[in-house]
Structures are given as C-alpha cells and as structure tokens.
Design a protein around this ligand. Structure first.
Ligand code: AR6
Length: 183
C-alpha cells in the first residue's frame, strides 16, 4: 500500500512501513517531553540511528529543560538516511480533555512544518504521532494530521513532499481513507 495524492506541485504519500528506513530529508519522532527514547517509534529510531541521537537529545534537555507538549526540536540522524530527526512531543490522550488534545496535536504537526521550513527541507516523513503509547484514537489522529498537512501543502514553500509512514495495515488504511476525503 503506497498511495500518492497531489496538490499543485506537491505530494502527500501514505506508506505502510518502518519510518526508520525512509530517505526523506527528515523523519519525525513521536517523543516525550524528556526526549528519553525508550519505546515505540522513538526506540526504533535510536536503535537504527545510533546513540548520537539520544546523546544530542540529552544535550537539548540539559540546555533548555523539558520540551513543552506541541513543540518540536531536532537532532542529527546518525546512521539513518535522513539528515535530521525532528522530535515532536505529541499530547498524551489520557492527560487532556479531547478538545485540548486535538489542539496540541495540531500544534505538534505545525511545529514540525515550522522546523521543516527553517531547515529548508524538501521532504519529510511522519508517523501517527500520539496514536501508540499516548493513546490518541487513530481515526481522529489521522483526521487532524491529514487536514493540517493539506492546509500546509496549499502554501507556497520549499517543502514539496510529506509522507506518513504507518507501521501497521490498519493505521495505513485509516490514513489512506482519510487522505481521500481531503485530497
Ligand atoms: N515506523 C513507523 N511507525 C511506527 C514505528 C516505526 N518503526 N514504530 C511504531 N510506530 P508511539 P506516541 C507507530 O507509541 O503514541 C515513546 O516511548 C505506532 O504503531 O511510538 O506518540 C516515546 O518516547 C503508533 O501508531 O508514540 C514517548 O514516551 C505511532 O508510531 C511515547 O512513546 C506512534 O506510537 C510517545 O507515544
């Protein structure tokens, strides 16, 4: 399952697979506030990318303290094919009222796009932020992330390709069906 959607000269791609194997300019990590990459996609990224990702993350925390929910920071990508890992802190669905969680997830993906612009990225890969350990309902997560992506791709800027890389078939199907609604 690999589906492309086009908007002007830009592409949204829905991919079923492992985000650590992608060769876009940056991959996004679903991180926690302390950037301790101990589980889920975060652990997979550090395992394949190497200790440098955790080491640089620790330096960020030492310098600026815990990262607020909805904010993104970046490190290098070690052995990964990408140039950067963007670490975004999505909302833990059990910690917020549904409306607040929705706003934080919007803020999260837009923080990634802001960094993409700052770093002049042409392509970026994202996972289903907050939908694993943080318990965000997958259909709601897909709806928010795809809608914000659509809004972003309508703008004129350097980011030409956004791909969502979903680990399992069910999540990939949800994202593909959601994208069909918007694109
Ligand atoms: N490639 C793509 N997607 C993946 C991969 C992978 N290799 N591995 C898992 N997923 P999660 P969260 C999917 O739990 O909910 C960590 O411990 C997974 O199926 O990684 O934001 C952090 O350090 C799910 O759909 O992130 C935080 O403490 C999605 O990625 C906490 O988990 C996100 O699941 C963050 O929880």
């Amino acid at each position: 399952l690999d589906i492309n959607f086009e908007i002007k000269d830009k592409i949204l791609e829905i991919v079923k697979g492992d985000i650590t194997l992608r060769n876009t300019d940056a991959i996004v990590n679903a991180a926690n506030r302390y950037l301790q990459h101990g589980g889920g996609v975060a652990l997979a990224i550090v395992r394949r990318g190497g200790d440098i990702i955790q080491t640089e993350s620790n330096m960020i925390i030492r310098n600026q303290g815990p990262i607020p929910t909805g904010k993104a920071v970046y490190t290098s990508a070690g052995n990964l094919k990408s140039k950067y890992v963007i670490h975004v802190v999505g909302p833990d669905y059990n910690e917020y009222a549904p409306d607040a969680a929705t706003e934080f997830l919007k803020m999260s993906i837009n923080s990634c796009f802001d960094l993409a612009l700052k770093l002049r990225l042409k392509s970026i890969s994202l996972p289903a932020i907050s939908s694993g350990i943080y318990g965000f309902p997958k259909d709601k997560c897909a709806d928010i992330l795809i809608q914000e992506t659509f809004r972003h791709l309508e703008k004129r800027d350097s980011l030409k390709k956004v791909e969502f890389v979903l680990f399992d078939e069910i999540t990939a199907d949800i994202f593909a069906n959601t994208a069909k609604k918007y694109f």
